[in-house]
Design a protein around this ligand. Structure first.
Ligand SMILES: Cc1cc2nc3c(=O)[nH]c(=O)nc-3n(C[C@H](O)[C@H](O)[C@H](O)COP(=O)(O)O)c2cc1C
Length: 141
């Protein structure tokens, strides 16, 4: 199995989470690589059995939360029918970020199989939890 991670990041947390997700996949024996929305690795995406797409939470901390970088996700290459997991990083409260993000990624053609919000102070644990859940779900599929 191969996984490709695509991420949107402003201050580096989501980029770090993407890299931690790549390392967690590799620890499970899965080939993986990551690229930013602004420079998507087209070959990695086309060869991937699983996509993991992440962004950061943008909002007013108690309301109005949503996924950052919608325009960049709308410009992404076609991901029609690709099995896709989504994630977001956040500081205090991701609110409805994941459900809004799922709508964007589904509209782009991704077959969203799950999502996970990673706290920016717990990036490694969050990445390992996300990948562990995905491996469990894929084993059962
Ligand atoms: C303008 C702005 C708005 C934010 N709004 C929220 C928010 O509503 N809730 C939250 O938990 N974190 C919020 N954050 C924190 C970011 O989601 C968090 O730091 C994230 O990990 C940043 O990812 P990045 O380093 O990849 O850009 C906000 C950050 C910025 C810059």
């Amino acid at each position: 199995m191969r996984a490709a991670v695509i991420y949107e990041s402003k201050t580096g947390n989501t980029a770090r989470a993407a890299q931690a997700i790549v390392e967690a996949f590799q620890a499970h024996g899965v080939e993986a690589s990551a690229s930013p929305t602004t420079q998507v690795d087209l070959q990695a995406v086309s060869e991937a059995d699983l996509l993991v797409i992440g962004t950061w939470t943008h909002g007013l901390f108690f309301f109005g939360m949503g996924p950052a970088g919608e325009m960049n996700f709308l410009k992404m290459p076609v991901i029609d029918g690709k099995k896709t997991a989504i994630f977001c990083t956040y500081a205090k409260n991701p609110g409805t970020t994941l459900s809004k993000f799922e709508k964007i990624i589904s509209r782009r053609g991704g077959d969203v199989i799950g999502g996970y919000a990673i706290k920016r102070t717990e990036i490694r644990d969050g990445a390992e939890e996300l990948v562990g859940r995905l491996m469990g779900a894929l084993d059962k599929a």
